[in-house]
Design a protein around this ligand. Structure first.
Ligand SMILES: *Cc1c(COP(=O)(O)O)cnc(C)c1O
Length: 447
């Protein structure tokens, strides 16, 4: 088998970005593809790996996106690609509901072992993050015999009917797609930077609001699940203030409500812990994973308390492709790489390296209102200078500048004014430094 060789780990601007070949492809794309499919950076990729994406014009772009927190081990880690090739040669699919294979059970066992808490756990595998969240709700509803689902402001849980209903932001995720799934209730997110009475009150006041809404409006005995991202991803990399998640978890336990941590974006080493809940010492009843789980292959999971996971009768969970054998092989490779390359510690090193440089950008009158996040999940929130008014146009201009300089960055946030950094955890540090140089210069020229 040919060994995986990474593209040269160096930023190379061979053409203006996007280059002529990518530009030429856009007309065909526009003719062939549904308009509703967006693009962050209109370049077509030829190969990728480590911290670099190589486009069809020969540009080497520094990757600060990881395909939205997916390729944490890089887009071509040999531990992943070799296992994919080996598995694909043996068989690509049986459907686990039809006949079984070891990879499915091995991934489940790994997640049962690695997720927080030493209680008995079980896992079910699926293909996408949305599917994992949907199934966590199916499981919680069966286990409790209740129907209500409580979610937070600024939440993102996916694009299917139920998960879109659980997602907070209207445009582009919900506009025109209703009617939405019933029995979804929203409580305020403790967003410290934007909390009306100040960040120091966010945890207590947001928890009080949750308690009041659940007890007076829904009825705690009607609530199947409270679902929260331990750091809100698409909503703007909002880190809940210390104590909030634990208070919610304790409240859920007290009322027989299933507490679901959606770790689809935060999970598997990204935040400098294997799971972001660990930073708060919180042990969720159920935990959803996807994105970084299988090194770029579609795989998702629900893992949690055995007695809750076992509530659904045989045949009630599954899917044709759920836990596909090639994706499971990839996941075992990704988990091996996370461990063998010490990627949990690497995420913390990335934070130590990058965060101080970003924090220098927060000065009185700056366009950067706040730097936040954990590990290799860091973000800058852009505001009109001297205010905390969201400035999405400044964030977009900075992203655009980075893209022209060959550094891929992503936007997020309910107000579209947050630049998020999600580098592959294997990115060489000098490449990361160079990408941050470009970002800092872009912020400087945006004033
Ligand atoms: C991406 C994401 C999802 C949805 O995952 P898909 O694989 O796109 O369906 C759900 N929850 C969170 C927190 C996410 O970041």
């Amino acid at each position: 088998m040919t060994p995986t060789t990474l593209p040269e780990q160096r930023r190379i601007l061979a053409t203006a970005l996007p280059g002529p070949r990518s530009v030429e492809r856009q007309a065909r794309r526009a003719a062939e593809l549904a308009h509703g499919l967006g693009t962050t950076m209109p370049v077509f990729i030829d190969r990728a790996g480590g911290g670099i994406l190589v486009d069809i014009d020969g540009n080497h772009i520094i990757d600060l996106a990881s395909g939205i927190a997916v390729t944490s081990v890089g887009a071509a880690h040999p531990a992943v690609t070799r296992r994919i090739a080996e598995q694909a040669e043996r068989f690509t699919h049986t459907c686990f509901l039809v006949t079984e294979y070891d990879g499915f059970v091995e991934v489940a066992a790994a997640l049962n072992r690695l997720t927080p808490g030493d209680h008995p756990k079980k896992t079910a595998l699926f293909s996408t993050g949305s599917e994992a969240v949907e199934n966590a709700i199916k499981i919680a509803r069966t286990a409790t015999g209740r129907s209500a689902v409580v979610v937070l402001g600024h939440a993102y849980h996916g694009r299917t009917l139920l998960t879109m209903s659980m997602t907070a932001k209207n445009v582009p995720y919900k506009q025109g797609f209703g009617p939405f799934a019933p029995e979804v209730y929203r409580v305020p997110s403790p967003y410290p930077y934007r909390w009306p009475t100040g960040p120091e009150n966010a945890a207590a006041e947001a928890f009080a609001a949750l308690e009041e809404i659940v007890t007076t409006q829904i009825g705690a005995a009607n609530v199947a699940a409270i679902v929260a991202e331990p750091i809100q991803g698409e909503g703007g990399f909002i880190v809940p203030p210390p104590g909030y998640l634990r208070a919610v978890q304790e409240f859920a336990a007290e009322h027989g409500i299933v507490f679901v941590a959606d770790e689809i974006q935060t999970g598997l080493a990204r935040t400098g812990a294997l799971f972001a809940c660990e930073h708060e010492g919180v042990v969720p009843d159920l935990i959803t994973t996807a994105k970084a789980l299988a090194g770029g292959m579609p795989l998702a999971a629900v893992t949690g308390r055995a007695e809750i996971m076992d509530a659904v009768p045989a045949g009630g969970l599954g899917g044709t492709y759920a836990g596909n054998p090639v994706a499971c092989a990839a996941a075992l490779g990704a988990l091996e790489a996370i461990e063998s390359e010490g990627l949990v510690a690497r995420a913390r090193e990335i934070e130590q390296r990058v965060r101080p440089r970003l924090e220098e950008l927060v000065t009185p009158g700056s366009v950067v209102g706040e730097v936040r996040g954990r590990g290799a999940m860091l973000a800058l929130e852009f505001v009109r200078p001297g205010t905390s008014e969201p400035a999405p146009e400044i964030a977009r201009a900075v992203v655009e500048h980075c893209h022209q300089e060959g550094v891929l960055t992503l936007l997020c946030g309910t107000f579209g004014n947050v630049i998020r950094l999600l580098p592959p955890l294997v990115i060489p540090m000098d490449l990361l430094d160079e990408a941050i140089d470009v970002l800092v210069a872009a912020v400087g020229s945006a004033r």
